[in-house]
Design a protein around this ligand. Structure first.
Ligand code: CMC
Length: 429
């Protein structure tokens, strides 16, 4: 039997159907609400608004569950490669050996960026934030591949765009880093796999040999998998919003990179390290910073803590914490910021403020320490998040464009401005 919800306004009752997903998540379908009642809903930050039906990622924030296409994140982080995860997210199933080979070959074939694009990097000043460069370069790809930017690309054209983007974004990211430190670009190599190739482009140079450590590859693989999708977050919703106008995929991803950059979203990993560094330089007084975070007069927040959806320990943070321990041990490193982070977590998790609000460490709390151990500079952390999130953004764009129910995104508002008044000529004001 179909369940319904009743809404009573001025003695009139309206009925709306309740729709239920495969994991029994339910929502009231208010598609006809305005048509029937003349009213809209107001939901600041979309905390209660489902913007679409999606079969990509399941997330239960109360229980701390995250699954891509039904597979628990813990299993993927342990057993899967990033490329397999990308395929799973985008195409909905784990690839066969043949499918994976073809997909991986596409990465090798498309790793180079157009030589002319190198001039774009040269136009930027050294030291600029690499996220600014990344979003500009991804947007610019549309100008280099005009044949791919039609409003209704074919399946074959979409497949080409997917490998082009997944492969090239990694090259663009490494070039952006080289530009920021004033070193020559290192081209992708045919004989290296996805992650070693990225590390080589980042850290090798004609003047020095860079040893690709398997521990670094393993940790980075895990980090990218953990970031690969997270259903309707700010940047993914941006992809869907921009894409709903039938803007091309490059434009959608460029917009998503900018949405991700903010410190409340993917920029948090950079902010966490900056916060830990600030605490260290200030003598390590953790309690002082916990008190600041609780003080409503103070704008300071514990970065890497809290989440709109998780009201339990973020499963990704748990995995990263273990990875960080193993990585530092394997590389024989000691990072004082990890000691501060662990103590900060302990103090916050036993404080009533954080307990009552169910604020736990999120994915960004420990990821920066892992990136740092690999040698990735702090301003590249959000870029690493973007490389990881790319398959998720693409999967959502693909799902949205294939869904006949998709309409252009266009929220409404409750107007709170001035009532009608007349224009006053400038000399009378
Ligand atoms: N430090 C101190 N207080 C906090 C924090 C924090 N990090 N996060 C939330 N609160 C408090 C907040 O002040 C509010 O208190 P009250 O009820 O007294 O007004 C309560 O907890 C609820 O917070 P909210 O701001 O309404 O929650 P939200 O769902 O709108 O925001 C968030 C979620 C992630 C933006 C927020 O928790 C935050 O700013 N965290 C720090 C930034 C961060 O780590 N972002 C990365 C998120 S995970 C990566 C990703 O997927 O983007």
């Amino acid at each position: 039997m179909t369940k319904t919800a009743k809404l009573i306004i001025d003695d009139k009752t309206y009925e709306f159907s309740i729709i239920t997903g495969t994991e029994n998540e339910s929502g009231i379908d208010i598609t006809n609400l305005r048509q029937l009642t003349g009213l809209i809903t107001l939901d600041n930050g979309y905390g209660n608004t489902g913007s679409c039906r999606s079969a990509i990622t399941f997330l239960d924030g109360e229980k701390g569950i995250l699954r891509y296409r039904g597979i628990p994140i813990e299993e993927l982080a342990e057993k899967c490669s990033f490329i397999e995860t990308a395929y799973l997210l985008v195409y909905g199933h784990l690839p066969s050996l043949k499918e994976l080979d073809r997909f991986s070959q596409g990465f090798s074939d498309n790793a180079m960026i157009h030589e002319d694009m190198k001039h774009f990097f040269e136009g930027y000043k050294s030291g600029g934030h690499p996220m600014g460069l990344l979003s500009a370069m991804v947007g610019s790809l549309a100008a280099y591949y005009p044949e791919l930017i039609k409003p209704h690309p074919s399946t074959a054209e979409i497949d080409i765009m997917i490998v082009e983007l997944l492969s090239k974004v990694r090259t663009i990211a490494a070039f952006a880093y080289k530009k920021s430190i004033g070193e020559p670009y290192v081209y992708p190599r045919h004989d290296l796999r996805y992650i070693p190739n990225f590390l080589n482009m980042m850290f090798s140079s004609p003047a020095k040999h860079y040893e690709i450590r398997p521990e670094a590859v393993d940790a980075l693989q895990c980090l990218l998998i953990l970031h690969a999708d997270h259903e309707q977050n700010c940047s993914t919703s941006t992809v869907r919003m921009v894409g709903s106008s039938k803007a091309n995929l490059f434009a959608c991803l460029s917009a998503a990179i900018n949405a991700l950059w903010g410190p409340l979203h993917g920029g948090a990993n950079q902010s966490v390290i900056e916060m830990l560094e600030m605490i260290r330089k200030d003598g390590g007084d953790i309690k002082k910073y916990v008190a600041k975070a609780k003080n409503k007069e103070d704008t300071f927040r514990l970065m890497g803590f809290g989440h709109r959806v998780y009201k339990n320990y973020d499963p990704r943070a748990k995995i990263i914490k273990e990875k960080v321990d193993a990585l530092l041990k394997a590389l024989n490193l000691h990072d004082p910021l990890l000691d501060i982070a662990i103590e900060l977590e302990q103090i916050a998790l036993s404080d009533p403020y954080f307990i009552e609000r169910k604020l736990f460490p999120n994915v960004d709390f420990y990821s920066g320490i892992a990136y740092k151990a690999i040698g990735i500079p702090v301003n590249m952390f959000p870029v690493m998040f973007a490389i990881g999130r790319l398959p998720g953004w693409i999967a959502h764009w693909k799902e949205m464009t294939e869904d006949p129910a998709t309409r252009i995104g266009r929220p409404r508002q409750i107007y709170t401005g001035l009532l009608k008044r007349d224009y006053i000529p400038i000399e009378q004001r």
